[in-house]
Ligand binder design. Structure first.
Ligand code: ADP
Length: 542
């Protein structure tokens, strides 16, 4: 009977390679499908991918029968549904891609259209019309030509759909999603194009072995796809690979047991097997621990990055708010100051002593607010990188002198000894923005007077090596080591804050920022609380 059902064994030399090229990809694809299902907790996308994977594996199993079996009944049985399965996995591949890119299921009509496309091959296969002729002598079938063309059309369509959907959603997506679209599209297209073209080339050249070899690379593309669609990182994939390898090794070692005959061999295999199980246990356990640790680190890093982003956004918002609020405050303040001084000058009629005093206070408070607003605006300019410096060659002596004369009044009001020392040649030339530098010096002198209840405030301008130094020393409240660390921070107020409650804590911050923009620095020395302090501005001389 054998001679009736067995074809001449043409494909013999290819048996082994055919097994490898079909069964290994099938096993890998099934494992990947299972993996993606578990990883994404049975999401729709994973279900579609696994349907695609299962259909592809079915096709591989059907195809391996054609290569390895000699019974023509079995061959024709396996041959008949291959084209139908082939069409189905192309449709599922495209369906999977649309869902992945859209992030949700397709509409009812689109599903219906996909289903409708799968009906003609289903009907032809069911009614035994998928094969036109089966040549029993060589175990070869000639496919129904309509089905062959239909299959080509569906394959082309699936490829075009994937490209079209990718192009459409690429424009609408954010950066990370775009990368994913590109990766998955490339993987899927590489897969489909390799599959279709090798089949096509094999059918026109008659060299069917081409498709045997091409099957080996297909799981690679699928692995790439899985890697880019699931959120796990490379190392998780590695551990998955380790697990797989370990299990395969155990199965291989274990299976030897059934072939071995001698008791010694059997005993040796048992020992090897038991040892391998023990090693495998430790290996897998350490691999698992490593993933957990790394996953934790990744998670923390991600959280950190997210909160860092949020903080940066908030900071930007705050700076913008600061700038807007300050601009809005400016005009009413100018009005208040203007009217207060007009009241004082008698523009609206003579004022009594008490009214005058009130108007003076309004003016002084408004003036205080104006400088606060100026400081706030300067802070936001610095933070937005918009502070402009007009550097010119400047003599610092007249600047410091005018400052000294201006501050004489508040200093003498407090009964402080107030002095200024400048170099004998009476010039100190530097390249600076004179108005900004004056602001820095003024802040320091103003602070020294504010935070010195009695004693002295001394200013000195000097040249030292390639630097110019402006220092302000006082016998005031001094600065503790702890305060010194943060004294240049925004809104930072030290012990002196109790003495003078009017400050904002911005003066030193601005002074340092401006000095740094001049490639300089501010140095603070203080022996501690109530021991006075020295603030020195250093800038490079020119
Ligand atoms: P403000 O003077 O508005 O509080 P600053 O940034 O100019 O803001 O100063 C920050 C803090 O540094 C002050 O609150 C004060 O405690 C301390 N400080 C500044 N200058 C002196 C000084 N000469 N002596 C003692 N403390 C000072």
């Amino acid at each position: 009977m054998d001679s009736i059902t067995t074809c001449f064994a043409l494909g013999q030399p290819y048996h082994t390679i055919a097994y490898y090229s079909h069964l290994i990809p099938a096993a890998i694809i099934l494992a990947l499908s299972l993996f993606v299902l578990v990883q994404t907790k049975f999401s729709l996308m994973a279900k579609l991918f696994s349907s695609f994977g299962i259909l592809l594996s079915l096709w591989l199993i059907g195809d391996v029968v054609l290569w390895t079996v000699s019974d023509y009944n079995i061959i024709s049985f396996a041959w008949a549904p291959l084209d139908y399965i082939n069409i189905l996995f192309y449709l599922f591949g495209a369906y999977f891609f649309i869902v992945l890119v859209k992030g949700k299921d397709i509409g009812l009509w689109s599903k219906f259209a996909l289903f409708a496309l799968s009906l003609p091959p289903f009907y032809l296969t069911l009614t035994n019309q998928s094969i036109a002729i089966f040549d029993q002598t060589v175990c070869e079938a000639i496919n129904n030509p309509f089905l062959t063309n239909y299959k080509l059309v569906i394959e082309g369509m699936a490829i075009l759909i994937i490209i079209g959907v990718a192009a459409y959603y690429y424009r609408l997506s954010i950066k990370e999603k775009r990368q994913q679209i590109i990766w998955v599209m490339t993987g899927l297209l590489a897969f489909f194009l390799t599959f279709s073209s090798t089949e096509y080339i094999a059918s026109i050249t008659g060299i069917y072995e081409i498709s045997l070899y091409s099957l080996f690379i297909l799981p690679l593309f699928l692995g790439g796809i899985i890697y880019s669609i699931t959120s796990f990182r490379m190392f998780q994939l590695k551990t998955f690979g380790t697990q797989l390898l370990v299990y395969i090794l155990l199965i291989m070692i274990g299976s030897q047991f059934f072939f071995l005959e001698s008791t010694t061999d059997k005993n040796l295999t048992i020992i090897t097997f038991v040892l391998s199980v023990v090693f495998a246990y430790f290996l897998l356990r350490s691999a698992r621990r490593e993933i957990q640790a790394r996953a934790k680190v990744e998670e923390l890093a991600l959280e950190l990055a997210v909160s860092n982003n949020k903080l940066q956004d908030l900071d930007k918002l705050k700076t913008e708010f600061l700038s807007l609020a300050s601009h809005q405050l400016r005009s009413p303040l100018t009005a208040i100051k203007g009217y207060a001084s007009m009241l004082n000058e008698g523009t609206f009629g003579e004022l009594g002593e008490k009214q005058s005093e009130a108007a003076r206070r309004i003016y002084a408070s408004a003036q205080g607010l104006v400088s606060l607003v100026e400081d706030l605006l300067n802070v936001s300019k610095i933070e937005q990188g918009g502070m402009k410096y007009e550097m010119t060659s400047t003599d610092l002596v007249p600047i410091v002198e005018s400052l000294y004369n201006e501050m004489k009044i508040p200093a003498s009001n407090k009964g402080l000894e107030f002095a200024l020392v400048v170099p004998e040649d009476n010039t100190v030339m530097v390249t600076v923005d004179p108005l900004k530098m004056r602001q820095v010096f003024l802040n320091l002198v103003d602070n020294a007077i504010k935070y010195t209840p009695q004693g002295f405030v001394k200013l000195s301008l000097a040249r030292k090596d390639d630097k110019v130094l402006f220092s302000v020393s006082d016998s005031g409240v001094g600065i503790t080591a702890k305060t010194k660390e943060r004294i240049f921070d925004k809104f930072m107020r030290g012990e002196g804050g109790k003495l003078d409650t009017g400050g904002s804590g911005l003066g030193l911050y601005l002074a340092l920022e401006i000095t740094k923009a001049h490639k300089g620095n501010i140095i603070i020395e203080s022996a501690g609380q109530d021991k006075g302090s020295v603030f020195t501005v250093e800038i490079p001389s020119t």
